[in-house]
Design a protein around this ligand. Structure first.
Ligand code: XMP
Length: 513
C-alpha cells in the first residue's frame, strides 16, 4: 500500500484516483498526522508528498515529518512536495519572479525508470505546471532527470534512496503521460504489484464487517441510491440475517423507483426489507410549505422519526450501516494558516447514531464513487441501478417549487419518465451527469385543438459534471428538445409548455431548490 501525504492541494484526491486505477491501494492523510508512529502502523511501501498552496519560504509553512525520509521506502514529491523534500534534505527553494501556470514541455536529461514508456515518438512530454516557488539548489545526492525551458528541475531524483521530485503535477490529465509516470513510480521504482481489485476489496471488507459486528444486529436505511444499496448488499453478504434494511418511502421518488428498490432487495437478493410507505405523513407535513429550506428540514426530520420508529419495532439494533464515501471522510488541509479539519457528515441519517446509541458500520468509507459502482457490479447489482443519475435525499419535493401536492408529484413523475426515456433512446443517458424535470408553479396559456388551455410549465434540466460541485448544461440538439416537449405536452395532462434550463453551476445550482 502507498501513502499520500496531503499538503492541501486542490488535486490531492486525483493522486489517489490514479494510484487506485493502477491497482495500488492508497490513503490520503494530512501532513501533520503523519509521524513516526503513524508510519509504523500504516506501513507504506511508497510515499507521495502532494502539492499545496503554501510556500516553503514562509516561516511556519507545513513540513513533512523527517521519519518519512528515514523509512527506506521510495518517496515522490509533487510540486510543493518536491520543494519540501529539497528544503528538508539540504537543498534550496526560492520564490519565483515569474510564476508558472499551465502547459509546459519537458525533455529527458538522463534515462530513469520513472520515465520508461514516456517520450515515445518525440523528444518532449507535455506536463502541467502550477507553482510560484521553485527549487533553486538540489539536495545532496540528487540529479536532474528531466527539464523544461522554464523548469531546470522538472524531474529530479536521488536514485540511490529512490527519492523523486516533480515540479509539475503528474496527477492531472493535462500531464499527458502522468498516469504512466505515477505507475512507474509505484510499480517500477517501489515494486508494488498493483493487485488491488474490487474482488480483493470485497473479501477484505466482508472480513472487516464480521469482525466489527460480531453477533450484533445491524440496521441499514436505504435511500434508493447506489451507495446505501451497495453497502447493504455487502453487509448482508457478510452477516446475513443480522442485517435489516429499512426503506422509508416519502412518496417523492422517481417513477418506478420504489418498486425497483423493493424488488431488488426482496426478489433479486432475498434480503429482508421493511418498506415503509410514509407518503401520507410526508405529504401531510409538507402541505402548504413552499420555502425550500423548510421542505428540506421537514423531510430530514421526518425521515429520522420514521426510521427510529421502525428500528424500535424490529427490537433495536447495535449498529447503523451507512454508505459514507471516501470524499466525505478525507480530512482536508485548509489553504493557508495551517491545517483545519472539515469532515462532511452524511445527509439523511445525520444525528441518528448518537440519538439511538448505535455504532456505525461504513464499509464504503475508503471508496470513491466510481469504485462503489465497480463494487456494485462485483456484487451483481444490475447495471440499470448502478448507472442511475444521482437523486437528492428530499426527492421531488425540491423539484416542485412552491407548494407540493400528490397530484403535482404525479404529474412531475410522468413528465420526467418521458424525458428520461427519450434520453435513453437517444443513447445520451451515460453522457449526462444528471437529468430531471422541474414542475413550475406557473400557468401559461396555450391552445390545444381549438381549446384554450391554462396549465403548468415544465422545465427540463440536464448537466454534465464530474463531482456535482461544478456543472455545465447539456447541449441537446434542438430536434431532441422539440421531440421531448411534444411528447410531454401530448401525454401529460396539466402541462402545456416545456422550457430548457441553460444555466451552468456556478452561478446556478443543479437542483432548483
Ligand atoms: P446542487 O443543487 O447543490 O446539487 O448543485 C449538487 C448535487 O447534490 C444533489 N443534492 C442532494 N443530494 N441530499 C442529497 O442526497 C440533498 O439534500 C441534496 N441536494 C442536492 C443534487 O441532486 C446534485 O447531484
Amino acid at each position: 500500500r502507498a501513502l499520500i501525504v496531503d499538503f492541501g492541494s486542490q488535486v490531492t484526491q486525483l493522486i489517489a484516483r490514479r494510484l487506485r486505477e493502477s491497482g495500488v491501494y492508497c490513503e490520503i492523510h494530512p501532513f501533520n498526522k503523519v509521524d513516526g508512529a503513524f508510519l509504523g502502523a500504516y506501513g507504506p511501501q511508497a510515499v507521495i508528498l502532494s502539492g499545496g498552496p503554501s510556500s516553503v519560504t514562509w516561516k511556519d509553512s507545513p513540513r513533512a515529518d523527517d521519519a518519512i525520509f528515514e523509512l527506506g521506502v521510495p518517496v515522490l514529491g509533487i510540486c510543493y512536495g518536491q520543494q519540501v523534500m529539497m528544503e528538508q534534505l539540504g537543498g534550496k527553494v526560492e520564490s519565483g519572479t515569474s510564476r508558472e501556470f499551465g502547459r509546459a514541455f519537458i525533455e529527458k536529461v538522463v534515462d530513469d525508470p520513472i520515465m520508461s514508456d514516456l517520450f515515445h515518438g518525440g523528444d518532449t512530454e507535455q506536463v502541467w505546471m502550477s507553482h510560484g516557488d521553485h527549487v533553486a539548489e538540489m539536495a545532496p545526492g540528487f540529479g536532474v532527470i528531466a527539464k523544461s525551458p522554464g523548469a531546470p528541475y522538472a524531474i529530479i531524483a536521488n536514485p540511490e534512496r529512490k527519492f523523486y521530485g516533480t515540479q509539475f503535477h503528474p496527477e492531472v490529465v493535462h500531464t499527458v503521460h502522468g498516469r504512466e509516470l505515477l505507475r512507474n513510480f509505484t510499480h517500477g521504482v517501489a515494486g508494488l504489484k498493483g493487485d488491488w481489485t474490487m474482488a480483493a476489496y470485497r473479501a477484505e471488507a466482508i472480513e472487516k464487517i464480521r469482525e466489527q459486528v460480531g453477533k450484533g444486529r445491524v440496521i441499514c436505511g436505504l435511500s434508493g441510491g447506489v451507495d446505501s444499496s451497495v453497502a447493504a448488499v455487502l453487509i448482508h453478504e457478510a452477516i446475513g440475517e443480522q442485517l435489516t434494511c429499512v426503506y422509508v418511502d416519502h412518496g417523492l421518488m422517481r417513477h418506478g423507483e420504489s418498486e425497483q428498490v423493493v424488488n431488488l432487495f426482496r426478489e433479486h437478493y432475498n434480503i429482508p426489507l421493511v418498506h415503509v410507505d410514509a407518503s401520507d405523513l410526508f405529504l401531510g407535513k409538507l402541505d402548504g410549505v413552499s420555502d425550500p429550506e423548510r421542505k428540506r428540514k421537514i423531510i430530514g426530520g421526518l425521515f429520522i422519526d420514521v426510521f427510529e420508529e421502525e428500528a424500535k419495532k424490529i427490537g433495536g439494533a447495535d449498529f447503523l450501516a451507512q454508505g459514507t464515501l471516501y470524499p466525505d471522510v478525507i480530512e482536508s488541509v485548509s489553504a493557508i494558516g495551517g491545517p483545519s479539519v472539515t469532515i462532511k457528515s452524511h445527509h439523511n441519517v445525520g444525528g441518528l447514531p448518537e440519538r439511538m446509541n448505535m455504532k456505525l458500520v461504513e464499509p464504503l468509507r475508503e471508496l470513491f464513487k466510481d469504485e462503489v459502482r465497480a463494487l456494485g457490479r462485483e456484487l451483481g447489482l444490475p447495471e440499470s441501478f448502478i448507472g442511475r443519475h444521482p437523486f437528492p435525499g428530499p426527492g421531488l419535493a425540491i423539484r416542485i417549487p412552491g407548494e407540493i401536492t400528490r397530484e403535482k408529484a404525479d404529474t412531475l413523475r410522468k413528465a420526467d419518465a418521458i424525458y428520461i426515456d427519450e434520453i435513453r433512446k437517444a443513447g445520451l443517458y451515460d453522457e449526462i451527469w444528471q437529468a430531471f424535470s422541474v414542475l413550475l408553479p406557473v400557468n401559461t396559456v396555450g391552445v390545444m385543438g381549438d381549446e384554450r388551455t391554462y396549465e403548468a410549465v415544465l422545465a427540463l434540466r440536464a448537466v454534465t459534471s464530474t463531482d456535482g460541485m461544478t456543472a455545465d448544461y447539456y447541449p441537446f440538439e434542438h430536434d431532441f428538445l422539440g421531440r421531448v416537449a411534444t411528447r410531454i405536452i401530448n401525454e401529460v395532462k396539466g402541462v402545456n409548455r416545456v422550457v430548457y434550463d441553460v444555466t451552468s453551476k456556478p452561478p446556478g445550482t443543479i437542483e432548483w431548490e
